[in-house]
Design a binder for this molecule. Sequence first.
Ligand SMILES: [Zn+2]
Length: 89
Amino acid sequence: MEIKVKNCMEAFVFEALENALKSYPDVCKCDKCIADMAAWSLNKLTPKYVHSDLGDTYVRLEMYQKQHYTQVINIVAQAIEVVSKNPHH
Ligand SMILES: [Zn+2]
């Protein structure tokens, strides 16, 4: 049997980034910059690993979102500032 875990924060960070970037019309939103912002954010945030049962994942992710929403939004905003000042291209 194969055992898999995934980090819930990844999906959450991408979602938060997508929403936050709507407020930054002048920031580059190419794949490379978005990946840089996501990686920067995920390095600052505590990972939230769950097993790969999909239903369970989404229940836990929802709980986690409510609990840490403000923190994640703040980190994502910082990531946008940092990466947009030093784009890797
Ligand atoms: Zn870019």
